[in-house]
Design a protein around this ligand. Structure first.
Ligand code: ADP
Ligand SMILES: C[C@H](O)[C@H](O)[C@@H](O)C(=O)COP(=O)(O)O
Ligand code: MG
Length: 486
C-alpha cells in the first residue's frame, strides 16, 4: 500500500511531479517539483535532453522522500510520437529527436506515394500529422535503426531507465499511426514500409499495468522512497482525458496546453469518410475507449510570442493585456503549418495578417488577443464539425490544462460555440495519471466514480454563452478558413 501517489507529467513546455492522496473521498494534489522542458537544436536536429528530464524526476522523488514519504506509487506521462532507439545493451543510441524537427516535412507525401492515405486511415484511424512516429521512422538514420534492439516511446523509455523493465503502452503506441485498430498490434505492412520489425518494440500493454520497482541503485544513490512504477495512460493527452470531469450529457474535452486537443471519448472508433476528410484521430484511451480528437496548434503560439518578447510578460500578464483589446480584429487559421516551428512567431503572425490584407496586431495585448480569439473560433468550428461527424449535438465543453486559466478564451469559446464551457482542473493530466494508478491499486473502483471525485475535489468554473454577442463571426471565420486553408 503506497503512502502516496505521484504523477510525473511532462508536456512539451513543462514537467511536474504531483503528489496526491485520497482524503475523505476527495483528491488532494500538491505540486512537489516543476521544471522547464523544450527541445534544443544539436547534432543536426531538434532534440529532447531526456537525461535531464530523468534527473529532474529523481530530484522530485528525493524531495518526496525528504518530505517523509517512504513508499510511493508512480506513473509517467509525456508527449506523444517521439521515441528513443535502444541498443542490445540497453543504452540509448542518441538523444531523441523532437517531433517539431524539420526531418519529416513532406514525409507523408513520400510515404503515401505507393500506400494510400485511405488504407492507412482505415487500418489505424489516426490523423495525418507529419511528425507521427511512422514518418519519423521512415526518415530515421538506417544505420542507427540497424543497431536498434528496442524502439521505446518516451515515457516507456523513462520507465525502463527507472525499473529496467520495458513495455509499449497502447495509448501512446496508437499515436505512432502504426497500431492496427482491428488487430491491436503494430500493422506488419506499415512496419515493413519503415524497415522495422515487431520484435523491435517491447510488448504492448494496456494502461494500468504494474511495470516494476524503482531500481535499488537509484534509491540508494539519490535517497529516494521505495517506488512501484505503474504504466498509466502514458500519452499525456490520454491522462488529461481521464482527468477531465466530463460535465454534460454529451460532453467534449479540450486539453489546452502547448497543444489544444479537442474531441470526445468514444467506445468504438470512428474512422469513416467524414472523420478521414476532417483529419480526426482515434487515439486509444483508457479502459478500451478511443480519443476521437483533433490537434490544434494551441498555446504553443502564445509560448513563442512570450519568448519573442524576451519573457518580459508572464502568461497571466499577457492574458490581462489581451482583455484590454477587442476580439476578432483579424482572422487567423491557427493550424496553418507556418506556425508549427517558426524562427519568430510574432513576425509570422504579422506577415500572415499583411498577406491576408488584415489589421496587423502590434502590441503584446493585440497579439495575445489575436491568438486567444482565433483559438476560440477554431474550437467553436471544430465543435460544429464534431456534431456533423458524430451526428449528435455536443452540449458542453470541458477545458482542462493550463489554458483553463485563460478566462477570456473560455468565455469567447462558450459565446461563439453556444455551448457551456466548464474550465478546470488545470492539472488534469497529472490527475488522470494518478486516477489510473488508484484504479490499478483498487483505491477507486472505476473512471466514472473517479470523475465524480474530480468534480468534487477541484474548482471548475462555468462559462455560459453570451447569446447574440459577435453575431456571424463564426460563419465569417468558416468561409475565411475555406479560402485560406494553409
Ligand atoms: N495563469 C495563466 N494565465 C494565462 N495562461 C496560462 C496560465 N497558466 C498557464 N497558462 C497557459 O497554459 C500553458 C501551459 O499549459 P500546460 O497544460 O501546463 O502545458 P504543457 O503540459 O504542454 O506543458 C502556457 O503555455 C500558458 O499559455
Ligand atoms: C504530438 C502530440 O499530438 C502531442 O504529444 C500532444 O498529444 C501532446 O502531447 C499534448 O500535450 P502538451 O501538454 O504538450 O500540450
Ligand atoms: Mg500537458
Amino acid at each position: 500500500m503506497a503512502d502516496v501517489y505521484v504523477a510525473v507529467d511532462i508536456g512539451a513546455s513543462s514537467g511536474r511531479l504531483m503528489l496526491s492522496k485520497l482524503v475523505d473521498n476527495r483528491l488532494v494534489i500538491e505540486e512537489v517539483h516543476r521544471f522547464k522542458n523544450g527541445f534544443v537544436h544539436y547534432q543536426g536536429h531538434d532534440r529532447w535532453n531526456i537525461d535531464k528530464l530523468i534527473e529532474e524526476i529523481l530530484i522530485g522523488l528525493n524531495k518526496i522522500k525528504e518530505a517523509g514519504y517512504h513508499s510511493v506509487s508512480l506513473g509517467i506521462d509525456t508527449w506523444a510520437v517521439d521515441y528513443v532507439l535502444v541498443d542490445g545493451k540497453g543504452k540509448k543510441l542518441q538523444d531523441p529527436i523532437a517531433y517539431r524537427d524539420t526531418r519529416t516535412q513532406g514525409s507523408i507525401e513520400k510515404l503515401t506515394s505507393d500506400l494510400s492515405k485511405e488504407y492507412i486511415y482505415k487500418k489505424t484511424g489516426i490523423q495525418f500529422l507529419d511528425f507521427n512516429t511512422l514518418y519519423q521512422l521512415f526518415e530515421e538514420d538506417r544505420d542507427l535503426l540497424a543497431k536498434t534492439d528496442k524502439i521505446m516511446m518516451i515515457p516507456d523509455y523513462i520507465g525502463y531507465v527507472l525499473t529496467g523493465n520495458s513495455v509499449t503502452e497502447v495509448t501512446n503506441a496508437s499515436t505512432t499511426q502504426m497500431l492496427s485498430l482491428r488487430e491491436g498490434l503494430f500493422d506488419n505492412h506499415l512496419l515493413e514500409k519503415v524497415n522495422v520489425k515487431q520484435s523491435q518494440f517491447p510488448k504492448l500493454v494496456e494502461a494500468g499495468t504494474v511495470l516494476g520497482d524503482l531500481k535499488q541503485k537509484l534509491i540508494k544513490k539519490y535517497n529516494l522512497p521505495k517506488t512501484e512504477v505503474i504504466t498509466v495512460t502514458t500519452h499525456d493527452t490520454a491522462s488529461a482525458v481521464v482527468g477531465t470531469p466530463g460535465i454534460g450529457q454529451r460532453w467534449a474535452y479540450l486539453s489546452s496546453g502547448t497543444w489544444s486537443l479537442i474531441g470526445t471519448e468514444l467506445n468504438t472508433p470512428e474512422n469513416g469518410t467524414k472523420a478521414f476528410k476532417q483529419n480526426y484521430t482515434n487515439e486509444w484511451g483508457a479502459y478500451g475507449t478511443y480519443r476521437f480528437l483533433k490537434n490544434i496548434m494551441g498555446l504553443w503560439i502564445i509560448q513563442n510570442i512570450k519568448h519573442n518578447l524576451d519573457d518580459k510578460y508572464s502568461f497571466a500578464q499577457l492574458a490581462e493585456l489581451a482583455k484590454k483589446e477587442p476580439p476578432f480584429q483579424q482572422l487567423i487559421d491557427v493550424n496553418d503549418e507556418r506556425f508549427q516551428n517558426p524562427d519568430n512567431m510574432i513576425v509570422q503572425i504579422q506577415a500572415y495578417c499583411r498577406e491576408t490584407q488584415q489589421k496587423v496586431p502590434e502590441t503584446p495585448g493585440q497579439l495575445a488577443m489575436a491568438v486567444y480569439s482565433n483559438l476560440s473560433l477554431y474550437y467553436a468550428n471544430e465543435l460544429a464539425i464534431l456534431d456533423d461527424i458524430l451526428e449528435y449535438h455536443i452540449d458542453s465543453l470541458n477545458i482542462v490544462g493550463g489554458g483553463a486559466n485563460v478566462a477570456l478564451m473560455n468565455q469567447l469559446t462558450a459565446t461563439i460555440s453556444g455551448v457551456n464551457v466548464y474550465a478546470g482542473p488545470s492539472e488534469a493530466t497529472a490527475i488522470g495519471n494518478i486516477i489510473v494508478q488508484m484504479i490499478t491499486k483498487g483505491d477507486i473502483l472505476n473512471i466514472y466514480l473517479a470523475r465524480r471525485i474530480i468534480t468534487n475535489s477541484f474548482e471548475i468554473k462555468e462559462f455560459k454563452p453570451e447569446n447574440g454577442k459577435y453575431p456571424q463571426v463564426l460563419q465569417k471565420y468558416q468561409s475565411f478558413l475555406k479560402d485560406h486553408k494553409g
